[in-house]
Write a protein that binds this ligand. Sequence first.
Ligand SMILES: [Ca+2]
Ligand SMILES: [Ca+2]
Length: 231
Amino acid sequence: MADSGKVGEFRYWLETPRNMQTFALSIVFIIIFPVYFAWAPSLLGDSVISSESSGPAGEWMIKFQQENITLDDVVTLGDGEEHISLFTIEDHPESKTLARVSATIVCNDNDDPGPGFTDSGEAEGKANDVTGEFEEQSVSGNCDGAPGFSMSWDVVEGFDGAQITKTATKADIEAEFSDGGRGRGEWSLTLTAEINNPPLGPLGNAVDNDEEFTITWSATWFELEMTPSTS
Ligand SMILES: [Ca+2]
Ligand SMILES: [Ca+2]
């Protein structure tokens, strides 16, 4: 009489190739399932994980504590002369967020007698050696004194510094007003001068043959100040 094992006995699983196959598959699943479930959460996006840890959405009053870091570059140029001005931005020592980068050019041509023959400047700004994508910009203007002419690049889109109220989780607000590490590196601007003087030949040149330009670079940083809204 064949001594065949019962399902509950280990011996049963070694009796036929089919039983052995079923047994092996069971072992594989016993090992694989716990490994899979331990590993699966790491497949989910950061957003899912961060919204779990950021608490429920609420209404927040958001203020932007701003700080401007500026650099003045003063240069005197003759007609058609160029000057390359550089502005290097590194991470803020207090980990503030970079909202905007701008450059303003002011010049005041008071060399010519009477009106007219005003000098002017033309500038091209580039962010070639900067993290993130920023478009080239160009601007020109007359040397009529302040406020001058300027160009500016938004690092945090839509930032205007005004206090706002928002219903969201803290983490979502922080993500919305993050600079993503963009805007760090060397910003550059090429300024070309146009000098105009009275049509008196060499005499005109003696009246006005150059102009002083002040290029003011500015990095606008902010820190989020969030308080639960009481309204
Ligand atoms: Ca002039
Ligand atoms: Ca001048």
